[in-house]
Every structure is written in C-alpha cells, then in structure tokens.
Design a protein around this ligand. Sequence first.
Ligand code: ZN
Length: 409
Amino acid sequence: MLLTVATKRRRQFCVHVALLHRLIFLYFVLQDSDSDSENGGASGESEMDFLRHLLSRTLGLGSEKPEKVLDELTLDGVSRFMQSEKCRNVVCIVGAGISTSAGIPDFRSPGTGLYANLQSYNLPYPEAIFEINYFKQHPEPFFALARELYPGQFKPTVCHYFIRLLKEKGLLLRCYTQNIDTLERVAGLDQEDLVEAHGTFFTSHCLGSSCKKQYTLDWMKEKIFSTVTPKCDKCQSLVKPDIVFFGESLPPRFFTLMQSDFQKVDLLIIMGTSLQVQPFASLVSRVPTNTPRLLINKEKTGQSDPFMSLMGLGTGMDFDSEKAYRDVAWLGECDEGCTALAELLGWKNELEELVKKEHSAIDAKSGQAGEAGASPSLPPSGATASPSPPPAKPGSSPQKESDAGSKAE
Ligand SMILES: [Zn+2]
C-alpha cells in the first residue's frame, strides 16, 4: 500500500505524541516512587533507578553509551568473556526446554496433548486442575494426573550438569528455574544456588493453616501411587506439593533475590525458555545495560516489542539490529549448546565425565531400588512429565509483584 506524505507525517506526529505521553507518565511514576522511597520503600528504589535509566536513555541524557563487553557477538565471544577477570557472576534463567531431553515434555509444545487428556476428570474447564481454589475442593483430578504423568526416572541433562560446572568453577551466582521437576537439585545444585520460581515437587506442605507440616518427595510419591489423596498425619488436612498453582503467589525468594542478583550479574545465560510467562520473562530486562545475554534455545525469543523499541524503551533482546551490542543467540538443543560452550571453555571432557559419573550413579541407585513398590509403569502415550501448571494465557500483561503469582505458570 502506498503511503502519502500526509499519512507519513500524521504517523510521525502520532509517534511524537505517544512518546511525549510516555515521558510524562514516567515523570509521574518517578515522582511517585521518590515519595515512596522517602517513606522507606526499599523496593521502590531499584524500580526508580530502572525508570531513571530508561528516561535518561530515551531523552539521550547523560553519557550513557552502552559499553560493548563482548569482543564479538558469538559463542566464542561469550566464552572469552567468561574466561576473563570481568566475568564473576553468572545468572542462568532456565525453562522446560532444558528438561525435554530428560523425557519431560514441554506442555507448551504442540502435540504433548496435556489438555486433551483431561476430559476424563470431569473438570468444569481444563485449567481448573491447576487452580488452587478448585484443588482445595477437588484434589483428586490433580493427583490422578500426577500419577499418570509422574516421571519414570529423574535424570538431569547435559545442560543441568553444565550449570553444576558453573557452580564448581565459582561462576554461578544463581539459577532461576521455571521447572518443577527437581532436576537442578538432582544435578547437584543446592537450595542456595536456586530460585524455583514456580515452586517444586521436591517438598510438600499440609494446607492446614495452623499446621503446615512439611513432607518429602518420597512421602508424596507413595501417596500418589497408592491413589490415596494425601492427608496430613497430624491434622488430616490436605497436603499439596510446593508447586505454584494458579491463584498462588510466586515464592517470596523470587522477589527478594531478584532485587540483589540482577544488580551484580556479569553474564546472563537464558536456556530452554520461550520467555512467555510473567513475571519470569521480565528478568532479562533487569540486568545492567552492559551485561551480555546469551540465549541457548530452539528459537530466538525475548526480543523487544517493536513499539517499545520505537519509543527507545526496548529492553528486550536485540540479536540482529545494527544497534545490537551484547545479545548472542545460539539456536538448537540446550544440551548441544552447552556442550559447544563447554568445548570453547576447555571444559568439555570435564562435563562429559561428570554426566557419565552422575548418570551411572543414578542407574546404580535405581537398580538397587528395583522395580518393587511404587515404581510407576509409564503410560503408553509416552508422556512422562511431572505435572506442571499450564502457561499463563498469552498476552497476559506483566503484573505487579504483589500479585504476580496469580497467573504463574
Ligand atoms: Zn497438618
């Protein structure tokens, strides 16, 4: 379609007006958070810095030209940076894609058919199975699904062990995971290394408000496979795995550590996530302007919304534009990406040895345990995932931190 000069001008005018509105809005937000901080609002301060930073960038104030930290926007460039003195704190952000090679499918991928299998549970609507209020009244469908999809084996992937190597090399500041499959823990990360943003199956708690007794994964597994609805030994209330249901908040740890970790991160590595679910997805925008970001994923993701870029407010990833200066995308399977990076770092043998050693230890252990007892038979469909609440509906807007968990994945 041909654009007349008048239309073009009108469009430019609209853009300018929109920009002006945005700046006025930011100005008032700044004023607001200023008065918040005066009242002692600690979290207001970093939000304010973030907005100030955006504002100064938008207006071209200050001499804030982003420094190019990587000598080259490639995996090689990232590996050289990792071996330099400048790289001390690596934060990993990971999602379902790092567990698919462990036989745990990503429910967002077409064809996994999670929702198609739910018809037999007589749910009012499919999402109800992961809603906390429905669960409290009718826990049976959730546990039936948990039994059906319980993984036959918990065997971390090459990618999980790569993160473990980062820890052993003293580089890992934190691993933020969306996964509830506990594979990070199985791979040898400690609770301190982890933020399990959407909770975990590793522990469970009694829902009795005055009891809240904690239960182990083994306890929960036994209940799930004995088809008994898990009830507390002490108070007979329902016991729920510590995964985040729709209608529940994300763990407080997510919000507290996010404040400090993302101020001192030197390199962000994002793996196996399509960055669709808030507030997890917004983590990529929280790093300092100079911090390089490496994406290892099947496809590019997390890029700036074109409208926001136009406003100069694009804090999303930029792999390809002329202005790209810090974001690197390595496209493919997470295990292969980690192996390629390990090779460049001179860690490949070490990584392979670690995987071999750990996997044979897991095999030996499961061999000892035998097939007796609660060991599940895998469903013929080949679905072997632990249950995970479905992704938030696409297009759900970023939420305030106070209620951010209400649409958690
Ligand atoms: Zn109890």
